[in-house]
Ligand binder design. Sequence first.
Ligand code: UT7
Length: 332
Amino acid sequence: MPNSKITGVGMYVPEQVVTNKDLSKLMDTTDEWIIERTGIKERRFFKEGEDTVSKMGANAAEQALLRAGKKPEDVDFIVFATLSSDYNFPGSGVLMQRKLPFRQIGALDVRAQCSGFIYALSVADQYIKSGTYKTVLVVGSEVQSNVFELSDRGRNMAVIFGDGAGAVVLEATDEKDKGILGTKLHSDGRFAEELYLEHPGSRRKQRYSPDMIEKGELLPYMNGKLVFMNAIKYFPEVIREVLTESNLKETDLDLLIPHQANARITAAVQKEMNLPDSKVVSNIHKYGNTTAASIPIALCEAWQEGRIKEGDLICMAGFGSGFMWASALIRW
Ligand code: UT7
């Protein structure tokens, strides 16, 4: 059975930097509140007509392919994680497929929100381990800045999220002790409505109407405190679960790359797992929460900064809407 290994990482963030001060001109918030509650200083907002989820994904993918020494023609399959697809259908995977000279390969969209990248990676891992494909592109990309209202009523979520994309090339390898050692996936649908965007969904005869805009029903809803409490419970649990499966402990970890949801969540997980700053990646101050893109962006930056060396034990973990949570353990 082949193993699967990340051979290239890439990222793309839109040019426009939006600071907390910029947001405070549009809504009743302050730089101090945002930094104290979330650790975020700035985020990126996409430019209409220039950036789309599929295009940002393609930009990140191009960089990952270049670093892996691969061409788009070499890719056997695309797994694309996003909650903010360019169109309602088809998914962004196929829109990315046409942006680079890929063959007519399969493109699968994954909807698992903040855990989307780990879910996507686990799918790619299984295709490679089963021998179905040799080279798979795994992408996480999001445009979120246009789903929130930059106003007082939208402030609780608008200040947290940002736009961006990350990608990895996953390849088959014969090295038995390298690559993805394991993945763990969980969900608990009882909490679906604690962090969700109801409309335009298919439940109602009329998917949307003018009064929905007025009532704010086209805005996402988040029970921030409940999400927070569950995140700090399930992050350590799912990280320990994937380590235990490989007979490893948190003291064996060289680097933890958590989904960038909130600097306070990351700090709580770090404390619970007794990890020093040098072993935990946090870049939320620059990009906010980019949902499915946050883990591959953090991975890419850690790699660019020289924080990842051959043989390192790396754990990536996500938690978010669904609730869905997941982890992946990698021997680099
Ligand atoms: O990726 C997974 C997705 N999401 C998460 O992981 C989010 C998890 N939750 C959180 O990060 C935190 O719950 C938040 C950052 C969203 C909120 O922090 P909090 O400490 O739970 O604050 P809160 O919601 O209890 O709000 C405290 C106060 C409220 O005012 P009152 O009722 O005390 O007068 C809010 O109305 O802060 C107010 N508030 C704001 N003030 C200034 C809410 N949003 C803002 C804002 N600026 N943007």
